[in-house]
Design a protein around this ligand. Structure first.
Ligand code: AMP
Length: 290
């Protein structure tokens, strides 16, 4: 497995793959890898001859400097996981090269995809995400890139940007990988103590209870949101950031839920921000009883 830092070296690696007629799949990450990330690598392996993973905690997508400072970094363990998963190259871009002095170019996706949910809760977040993803794709020039559905809004925003800018990389979305008790895997879970980890379960539980209520006939979005909020109240120190029913048709907030809707939420568990969502028509979240 090649471990590459300079942009020029990554560009050269990709050029060689292209000359050799190899298809490249790309998995961008911020490191602190877990099985969710590896599931994307496994998907990528089925789509191309070569798999590149980037590990880069992108400063421009953090609206909160403390969140950036506390973001877990576990490079050696990440490299071991990538090696084990059969990754061909890991790219670890450096901020001095990504955003040198004088840097002033950013990409904004405007409209319904970025006027709600995480876009409101984290101003500038998707601007940072789109900017870094466009930069990463511009260097790696993969045939296909794999993103996790866990970050649903990110998938939609990135797909839109890649289409609008004619970047030419196919975007594939892979399902959310969860712990056996239902908590969506996230690098941020590492920051949770066992007690906080237990309380964080309020998020998938609330979403699943609301999904079940929808399946039983409750279609009023406010009622579904209330179910999530009530479940979170049971878990002290879990604060709701947002919870909304959004239709995937047009990505609009919906007063009444239907099968095209997702219920999406973000919470703070003693300051650690976690997001999750459940497609109302889709599979249940495997939430264990106490
Ligand atoms: P991150 O390192 O958090 O920026 O995530 C890198 C990629 O992994 C993104 O496409 C995420 O959506 C994806 N990802 C993160 N957590 C999971 C998960 N639990 N299941 C599947 N994909 C995930």
């Amino acid at each position: 497995m090649d471990v590459i830092a300079p942009i020029a070296d990554m560009r050269q690696w990709s050029r060689q793959a292209l000359i050799a007629g190899k298809r490249t799949a790309f998995v961008p990450t911020m490191g602190a890898l877990h099985r969710g990330h590896i599931s994307l690598v496994e998907k990528a392996r089925t789509l191309a001859d070569r798999v590149v993973v980037s590990i880069y905690v992108n400063p421009t997508q953090f609206d909160n400097p403390e969140d950036l400072a506390k973001y877990p970094q576990t490079l050696e363990a990440d490299l071991a996981m990538c090696r084990e998963a059969g990754v061909d190259a890991v790219w670890t871009p450096q901020t001095a090269e990504m955003y040198p002095d004088g840097y002033c170019s950013f990409i904004d996706v405007v409209g319904p995809l970025t006027d709600k949910l995480c876009a409101v809760a984290r101003p500038g977040h998707f601007r940072g995400v789109c900017t870094v993803v466009a930069k990463l794709l511009g260097v790696v020039r993969p045939d296909v890139a794999v993103f996790g559905q866990k970050d649903l809004q990110q998938c939609l925003v990135v797909s839109r940007m890649v289409g609008d800018l004619n970047i030419g990389t196919e975007i594939i979305v892979a399902p959310t990988v969860r712990e056996s008790d239902g908590l969506a895997m996230s690098s941020r879970n590492r920051r949770l103590s066992p007690d906080q980890r237990a309380r964080a379960l309020g998020l998938p539980r609330g979403l699943e209870l609301a999904r079940q209520a929808y399946r039983a006939g409750q279609v009023t979005s406010l009622k579904l949101i209330e179910i999530v909020a009530e479940e979170l109240l049971v878990h002290e120190g879990v604060d709701l950031d947002y919870c909304d029913v959004v239709s995937l048709k047009g990505f609009k907030e919906s007063e009444f839920a239907d099968d095209a809707c997702v219920l999406a939420a973000a919470v703070f568990v003693d300051g650690v921000r976690l997001i999750d969502h459940v497609p109302l028509a889709g599979q249940s979240i495997p939430v264990k009883a106490d």
